[in-house]
Design a protein around this ligand. Structure first.
Ligand code: 5GP
Ligand code: MG
Ligand code: MG
Length: 180
């Protein structure tokens, strides 16, 4: 374990087990709906989670990625910018959006609204983590890996200052890392 990590909240084994469960659930749900989703990862945080969960989705899916950034210093809605757009059109597609964490919910709400405005048929969300205590907009992911308390976490895609995305577990950093 890196010496900057105070404690591990979710282990690699727990994440892998949960990805298998969620992938199975997603496969069943979409088979019932007779839909094949375009699986869209939000860069960069979703990458390790996306790589793990798609192995358990038993459908002929395609994958794509998009990157959005939120404008700093504003609390208003409608404030995200597309940094990297999808390669293909979403018109009439069923989208399964893959996120690392739902925190305030603002990013998700905006990305969902944007995809719907571009003609997507439906947008469902699978998120590795959920921090419901921090929610400020009314949105929930359809599939959640783990619900966590209001702590800033890193690892398995999640960064602090662009670092620690490669940790194979979800952890909480030591205070001195933020305070140095
Ligand atoms: P939201 O728009 O729901 O507030 O949060 C969107 C983004 O904030 C997440 O995709 C993630 O990049 C970042 N974020 C929220 N909570 C955490 C956290 O606990 N740790 C890290 N590393 N990023 C977080
Ligand atoms: Mg994210
Ligand atoms: Mg970040």
């Amino acid at each position: 374990m890196l010496d900057v990590v105070e404690k591990v909240l979710v282990t690699q084994e727990e994440i892998m087990k949960r990805c298998a469960e969620m992938g199975k659930q997603i496969s069943e749900d979409y088979k019932n709906k007779k839909e094949i989703p375009l699986v869209v990862g939000l860069l960069k945080g979703s990458v390790p989670f996306m790589a793990e969960i798609i192995k358990h989705i038993d459908l002929e899916i395609q994958i794509d990625f998009m990157d959005v950034s939120s404008y700093e210093g504003t609390e208003s809605l409608g404030n995200i910018r597309i940094v990297k757009d999808l390669d293909c059109s979403v018109n009439n597609l069923s989208i399964l959006l893959v996120e690392d964490i739902v925190d305030t919910g603002r990013t998700l709400k905006e990305v969902k609204r944007m995809l719907m405005s571009k003609g997507a048929k439906e947008v469902n969300v699978v998120s590795l983590l959920d921090k419901p205590e921090r929610r400020v907009v009314d949105i929930e992911a359809e599939y959640v890996g783990f619900t966590i308390p209001n702590e800033f976490v890193v690892g398995y895609g999640l960064d602090y200052d662009q670092k620690y995305r490669n940790l194979p577990y979800i952890g909480v950093l030591k205070r001195e890392v933020y305070e140095q």
